[in-house]
Design a protein around this ligand. Sequence first.
Ligand code: ATR
Length: 271
Amino acid sequence: MSKIFKLGVIGNPIEHSLSPFIHSRFARYENISVDYIAYKVEEDNFNEFINDFFANSLSKGLNVTLPFKKHAAEIPGSLSEEAKFIKAVNTIIRHENRFLLDSTDGKGFMEDLKSNKIDITGKNILIYGAGGAVESILYRIILDKPKSICIINRTQQKASRLVKKYQSNFQIESSINIEVNYDVVINGSSAGLTGAFIPPEKIKTNNKTCFYDLNYSLDKTPFCKWASDNSSYVFDGIGMLVNQAAYSFQLWFDVFPETGKVLNDINSIKK
Ligand code: ATR
């Protein structure tokens, strides 16, 4: 009988996670047997849970979501450069009795941009929000050399911190530049996950501007509803979710799973 590898995602809340669905499909398509479960864990029990979970020799790895991504970066083990820089981990891999710790969010985001033919090199990017979700994609965005990045956030201090941390040899700022025509507008704020999305300020865009919501839901997100009035290039975070999962799966099993079929499966249950 083939081995059944134990995998899972830990977070709180976790009830609505699509990760068990996504990883079970990846495993089925790749002919690998897995038991992937969503675990709701209290903050104080994080370390105990990790110890218990990996006590089983068939436990291969875990995904980590809110509020544990920072905690996971403190687990003794080998942190990837990216995870070290953003101080966040979404994938734990057990490798020869030690832990490898990585973040696949940025790569998943970039992969989804690529599959939607969105090229950010030389483009002006506007980002709403300055929390963990934004920091996890900024690292990869910058590697693709956009022309400029503007980060807008309710708490200005947090946007300024990111600007300072990522300041490099191109323009990155934390207030809207009215001279700039934004090519890509990304929503990484959790504001208005219900109700209407109200942009903080008037922005200049063009008829090719892409709007990308890092949030997702099986309904259209408020940001996507708002963006659809301005553009036909509107995307939510489902593609990023599936692709970050695919990169985690690859870290565990050395194979990049077929993402198109899983995306179709999810899109077919979207309203
Ligand atoms: P995540 O890891 O998902 O990014 P987070 O770190 O809590 O979660 O960040 C949430 C983001 O949404 C932050 O940019 C937050 O703004 P603050 O830094 O000012 O907290 C933003 N956000 C959440 N609720 C908001 C609201 N009601 N209005 C404006 N911004 C909000």
